[in-house]
Write a protein that binds this ligand. Structure first.
Ligand code: ZN
Length: 326
C-alpha cells in the first residue's frame, strides 16, 4: 500500500533496542528500520535514548556515560544512512524533506540522569530536543505513574528548574510516564505547549499511564499534543495492540481535546505485545481505518504530521525572554 500521509511519530525505542540487543537502523527484525519507515511514509521520527535506571548499586555517572554512548550511537546510525538525517530545528525537517531524507529527532526518556539545571544545556548541545521527565522510577526530577502509588507526588525543585530551563532552551517537555501531580506542576510552570509523547486516554482504559479528560483538555488548551501509544496495555485491547483500539483512543482524544491535539506516539520497539500493524510499515493501514471511522483527509493530515509540526516550531530555539535566574 502506498503511504497516504507523511508521518511524524513522537516516540520509539529503536535506538535503545538496537543499542541493547544488537542490530542497526538500516535493516532489523524490530518495528522500525529504514525500509519500514519508507513504507510507512515517515517524514520525521523521534528516537528516544531510553535509560533503564533500575540498578540501585549503579552510580548516576555510569548511567550518564551509558546515555552519552547511546547518543553517540544515534549519530553513527545517521552517518551510516544517506536517507536519514538529524533534525534539531523545524527548518532541518523541511530541508531533509526537500532532499527526500527522513528526519531523526533525538529525545531522552528518563530525566534521572539530570543532576543540575546546567545539564539541560549539555543535553541541548548534544542535540536532545525532547525530554520525557520520568520513566517508571522516581528520579531526580519527579515521580512516575507506573502504578497508582506516586500519583500525588509532584516535581522536585530540580524538576521544576529543569522544566523552566527546557522551555527556555527549546527542548520539548514530555509528561508521558509522569505522575498526575507532576503533570499539574508542569502545567503550572510552563507558559507554552507541552506534550504527552506516548500515552492514551484514561476514560477508555483506566491505566495510570493514560491521561484523564482534564489532562487532555489541559494539554490541548495550550496547543500541545498527545501521541497515541500502540501498546495493548494502554489501548485496553487484550493481548494485541489493535488498529480498532488506536482508532477508539484517537476518537476520544478528538472529542475531548479537539483534533489539533491528536498525534501518534507509537512506542515502537519499546512495546512487546503483538501488534495488528506489525511494524512501522503498517501505518498506512491505520490511516485507512481512520478514514473508515469518519476522520476527514484534513483531520488525518493533522494526526499524521501537522499537529506535531506545530508543536516543533519552538524546538531548538532558545528564548532569551524566558531565561531562568541562575
Ligand atoms: Zn515510555
Amino acid at each position: 500500500m502506498q503511504a497516504p500521509f507523511p508521518v511524524i511519530d513522537l516516540h520509539c525505542d529503536t535506538l535503545w533496542r538496537t543499542f541493547t540487543y544488537g542490530g542497526d537502523f538500516k535493516k532489523n527484525g524490530y518495528h522500525i528500520d529504514m525500509e519500514k519507515l519508507r513504507k510507512g511514509g515517515a517524514l520525521a521520527q523521534f528516537f528516544a535514548a531510553f535509560i533503564y535506571m533500575g540498578d540501585p548499586a549503579k552510580a548516576i555517572e555510569e548511567y550518564r556515560d551509558y546515555a552519552f554512548s547511546m547518543i553517540s550511537r544515534f549519530y553513527e546510525e545517521i552517518e551510516a544512512l544517506p536517507g536519514l538525517e538529524s533534525a534539531r530545528v523545524l527548518e532541518d525537517v523541511e530541508k531533509n524533506k526537500a532532499s527526500n531524507k527522513i528526519s531523526a529527532i533525538l529525545t531522552l526518556e528518563e530525566g534521572g540522569i539530570i543532576t543540575s539545571p546546567e545539564d539541560i544545556d549539555l543535553l541541548f548541545s548534544k542535540g536532545v530536543r525532547l525530554i520525557t521527565l520520568t520513566w517508571n522510577f522516581p528520579n531526580s526530577l519527579g515521580y512516575p505513574n507506573k502504578d497508582w502509588v506516586h500519583t500525588e507526588k509532584g516535581l522536585t525543585d530540580l524538576g521544576k528548574d529543569a522544566v523552566k530551563a527546557m522551555e527556555q532552551k527549546g527542548i520539548l517537555v514530555d509528561v508521558s510516564h509522569l505522575s498526575d501531580r507532576g503533570f499539574k506542576d508542569v502545567a503550572a510552570i510552563m507558559e507554552g505547549p507541552f506534550l504527552a509523547s506516548h500515552s492514551c486516554c484514561r476514560a477508555i482504559t483506566p491505566h495510570p499511564r493514560n491521561l484523564t479528560d482534564e489532562m487532555i483538555r489541559d494539554v490541548a488548551g495550550r496547543g500541545g499534543v498527545i501521541g497515541v501509544n500502540f501498546s495493548s496495555a494502554f489501548l485496553g485491547t487484550g493481548e494485541t495492540g489493535t488498529i480498532e483500539g488506536i482508532v477508539a483512543h484517537m476518537r476520544h482524544l478528538k472529542r475531548c481535546g479537539g483534533i489539533e491535539a491528536c498525534a501518534l506516539g507509537s512506542d515502537f520497539d519499546g512495546i512487546f505485545c503483538p501488534l495488528e500493524l506489525e511494524d512501522y510499515s503498517g501505518i498506512p493501514r491505520l490511516f485507512e481505518a481512520f478514514r473508515k471511522a469518519g476522520f476527514t483527509i484534513g483531520e488525518c493530515e493533522k494526526i499524521a504530521y501537522r499537529n506535531a509540526w506545530r508543536l516543533m516550531e519552538p524546538m531548538g530555539r532558545p528564548d532569551e525572554s524566558k531565561k531562568t535566574e541562575q
